[in-house]
Design a protein around this ligand. Structure first.
Ligand code: CO
Length: 475
């Protein structure tokens, strides 16, 4: 009997980013991460995802931490493991499209401070919104010898999203100079046998390594990984068991055990993983006790598969309806969502397109007339500011919502002037490091509040020092 060729499955650990973003609203503080980092560095992970996504915003806004400082501290402790971040294409980690000079500067500083792999996605899968970030990463790779551009496709279902669509995208991503491809299934819609089909098709279309990212929300994720690995996927995203499953990823230890003794064996030490899990478990209990971790997000939400709507989008919708005392319209809105999605060119439903489609569907139902009122964001999508959708948008809706307005067909960022100098001018009184300009660029108000807090802390420290030394308060 011939021995099968070994192909150990590679693992990206998400406990320091997506897992706590999905389960505890991104509230894990740096001080909690640092003591376990050196142990995690010994596991042999392909990478540890620890930055980007909502971590940047949550650090500044809620934890009163400098996200750049977190990155540098993690880099110091992860001596051999690659560090990975999530990046929203031209929106970077913010909520508006930025000029190319801000994208370039952000990529440059991310890599300079310790990031190895940048996973870049766009909510419409418009590759033009990803090209600048890919180029900037490639420039750093040439200059510093470090930096890996991974282009992530937002996975979704619908008429337009055929196997041809995905394989065609894979070829284009290879042409645009990316180092790898990720299928990013934020809602847990990819079911096991479809995953096998998708991965086989994509593997035959491209030589680039393929990584699969999914969430446990609908309960199928572990099986989806199994079929995807058998079909040749190169890397999967998992989370240490105390912060796994529910709206997070499948558990690292479970996937490692699944492939033990097979050609896909990771070779990871389960005892080491158990020690790491022991570190995170009391924190999970604490989060359950203080309400940060809601047991509701730990179960299986089968509605995700039924309505093909991400779990977070459903809970947003419910709270919008509650505010309007219109909870009885829940099923009307659920029926309206796919219609709005079609009108807007059938985009994937991921931040921010999920919020835009969801809110417009609520408006359409509550106003008693479709598009009687349209949000600012719906108008921007119809104008083409977010990019090109896979299917054409509904002309009748365009005529009703933005009558006579010019629509954009070029890449929106081509119309934006460079903005780094202007941003620096606005915030220079607070600047203590170049990175502060980028924090300000993404979240002007939140970053300014943080800078004020930081200054107050620094002055307070000076004051106590002066106090103990001289017995006098400085002015
Ligand atoms: Co995710």
């Amino acid at each position: 009997m011939s021995e099968q060729v070994k192909k150990p499955i590679k693992i990206t650990e998400t406990v320091l980013r997506d897992a706590h973003q999905s389960l505890i609203a991104t509230r894990m503080p740096t001080e909690f991460m640092l003591p376990i980092a050196e142990k995690m560095d010994q596991v042999g992970y392909h990478s540890v995802e620890c930055w980007g996504g909502a971590t940047f915003d949550a650090s500044l806004r809620f934890l009163k931490e400098d996200p750049w400082d977190r990155l540098r501290k993690l880099r110091d402790r992860f001596k051999k493991t690659k560090l990975q971040m999530l990046f929203r294409g031209q929106n970077i980690l913010g909520y508006r499209p930025y000029a190319d000079d801000v994208v370039d500067a952000f990529v440059q500083k991310s890599i300079a401070n310790g990031i190895d792999i940048i996973r870049i996605f766009d909510c419409l899968n418009d590759l033009r919104n990803l090209q600048e970030a890919v180029n900037a990463t490639n420039r750093m790779k040439q200059q510093e010898g470090r930096g890996h551009a991974q282009v992530a496709l937002s996975y979704t279902l619908g008429d337009a999203y055929t196997l041809e669509y995905w394989t065609d995208m894979a070829k284009k991503i290879e042409e645009m100079g990316a180092d790898s491809i990720c299928i990013k299934d934020m809602a847990g819609l990819l079911v096991p046998y479809k995953a096998a089909e998708l991965i086989s098709a994509m593997k035959s279309a491209t030589k680039l390594p393929i990584q699969l990212h999914t969430h446990y929300t609908s309960g199928v994720a572990g099986m989806t990984y199994l079929k995807a690995v058998e079909a040749g996927v190169d890397v999967i995203d998992t989370a240490m068991s105390p912060f796994a499953m529910g709206t997070s990823q499948p558990a690292t230890e479970v996937m490692v055990e699944t492939f033990k003794g097979t050609p896909y064996d990771t070779g990871f030490d389960q005892n080491l993983l158990a020690e790491i899990a022991d570190y995170f478990r009391p924190y999970r209990d604490e989060c359950l006790k203080n309400g940060l971790l809601n047991p509701k997000v730990m179960g299986v939400d089968i509605k995700t598969l039924l309505y093909q709507v991400p779990g977070g989008m459903l809970s947003n919708m419910v709270s919008q309806l509650k505010e309007q005392n219109a909870e009885d319209r829940y099923y009307d809105v659920l029926q309206e969502i796919p219609k709005v999605r079609k009108d807007l060119g059938e985009p994937p439903l991921v931040t921010p397109s999920s919020q835009i489609v969801g809110t417009q569907a609520v408006f359409n139902v509550l106003m008693g007339e479709r598009y009687k009122m349209a949000t600012k964001e719906t108008k921007a999508v119809l104008r083409g500011e977010y990019g090109q959708t896979v299917k054409p948008m509904n002309q009748e809706v365009i005529d009703k919502v933005i009558p006579g307005e010019t629509r954009i067909t070029c890449r929106y960022a081509d119309m934006l002037e460079n903005e780094m100098d202007k941003l620096e001018g606005e915030m220079k009184e607070w600047k203590q490091q170049d990175e502060d300009v980028l924090s300000y660029a993404l979240f002007p108000q939140v970053a300014t509040d943080f800078f004020k807090y930081r200054q107050a802390q620094q002055e307070k420290v000076d004051m106590t020092q002066a106090d103990t030394k001289n017995g006098a308060y400085p002015v």
